[in-house]
Design a protein around this ligand. Structure first.
Ligand code: NAG
Length: 356
């Protein structure tokens, strides 16, 4: 009951904002020749559930990653890291690509290593994109970004537990136990840009999404994917999440957990000793420097090679293409948070000992 009310509230908020912004948008569009805003059709990604059913042998668990040819370098590093620390996930991983040529390319790249990867061609995406021939690059990017929510919903509605991963991610530890534990109490689990404890909520992102096929999880994902039709703020599906979902997190009957920087890291928050389960390329906008950073991470999870000893991760060495200043800022905030916590702890210890 409460959830339905909240859904209505969340949907309502989005609608109010959309009405406000859409009016202006429509006039602009009309002046330009009147194409509609580029967006996915509401609902499931056609064919995806059938495909995943056809490759599922046992547990209804599926990891998914959208990938194009130019990002295969990243997805390949993700694959190699899975092989090193979480090999059981490889058989549950589906890479979603935009065309047959990319599928062939990835299959050829992975077949040699004795592990053919499951690849799904999202034919419907091409049809959707074709409808919006006049869309700007930004609009198409936003549409692609939203598509992950549709894909997750598609599989959750078919009773799969789903882990969405962006291609630029590396696993440092097997995350399955963590996911299992998180999903016993939560319906949706996400990572964050940075932040410790509940602070991470304000910085939630969608580079890693884990969802379970509970009634509440299904309802929440339905609200989220439908919001694409009306949400007109920035940052696509992340924007809607941050503006219209997270602020109500404590009142929602669907339970959402935002994993903080100690669990899911990135260039801003990575620390060799922190032992984050998954690290993403967030914080490195330049593709070449991102590749460099991810390759360093990968080397660290792979077995020791006497001919190529592991050196410490060189964060400063990639600063020309990554946000080194942001990284320093995040570390300063984290340290201050830790000091404050420590001081509070010491203070309360003193208080209890003097009480005695
Ligand atoms: C490939 O995918 C990445 C990540 O999703 C995206 O940022 C990039 O723009 C895509 N490149 C092309 C050529 O579509």
């Amino acid at each position: 009951m409460a959830f339905v009310a909240l859904c209505a509230l969340v949907g309502g908020l989005a609608l109010v904002k959309a009405e406000r912004a859409r009016g202006a948008g429509r006039i602009d569009r009309a002046a330009l020749g009147g194409a509609a805003r580029a967006q996915n059709a509401p609902g499931h990604v056609p064919g995806l559930a059938e495909h995943v059913e056809s490759v599922t042998r046992s547990t209804k668990f599926r990891a998914i990653t959208f990938c194009n040819k130019s990002y295969w370098t990243f997805a390949h590093a993700l694959l190699e890291s899975m092989k090193a620390v979480a090999p059981s996930i490889v058989d549950f991983w589906t890479v979603i690509v935009p065309d047959e040529a990319t599928k062939e390319f990835i299959e050829k790249e992975t077949a040699g290593a004795g592990h053919k990867i499951d690849v799904y061609v999202d034919d419907d995406l091409r049809k959707q994109v074709a409808k919006f021939a006049e869309a700007s690059k930004e609009e198409l990017k936003s549409m692609l970004s939203w598509r992950r929510v549709h894909a997750v919903q598609t599989l959750v509605d078919n009773d799969y537990t789903v882990m969405f991963l962006e291609p630029d991610a590396v696993m440092q530890k097997n995350p399955l136990q963590l996911i299992h534990d998180q999903l016993t109490t939560n319906d949706l689990v996400l990572g964050a840009d940075y932040g410790l404890g509940t602070t991470a909520r304000k910085h939630a992102n969608t580079k890693v999404i884990v969802a379970k096929p509970s009634v509440q999880g299904k309802k929440l994902l339905n609200v989220w994917q439908r919001a694409e039709q009306t949400y007109s703020g920035d940052k696509a599906e992340v924007g809607f999440l941050l503006n219209d979902v997270i602020p109500h997190i404590d009142a929602l009957t669907a339970k959402i957990q935002i994993l903080d920087q100690t669990v899911v890291g990135n260039y801003l928050t990575h620390h060799e000793k922190a032992g984050q389960a998954i690290v993403t390329g967030m914080g490195c906008d330049n593709v070449d420097f991102k590749i460099n950073f991810m390759a360093q991470l990968l080397r660290h999870v792979q077995p020791d090679d006497p001919n190529a000893p592991k050196s410490a991760i060189d964060y400063e060495g990639v600063s020309a293409g990554c946000d080194y200043a942001g990284r320093e800022k995040v570390f300063k905030i984290s340290n201050e948070f830790a000091k404050k916590k420590m001081a509070a702890k010491l203070g309360s210890n003193k208080a209890t000992s003097s009480d005695e």
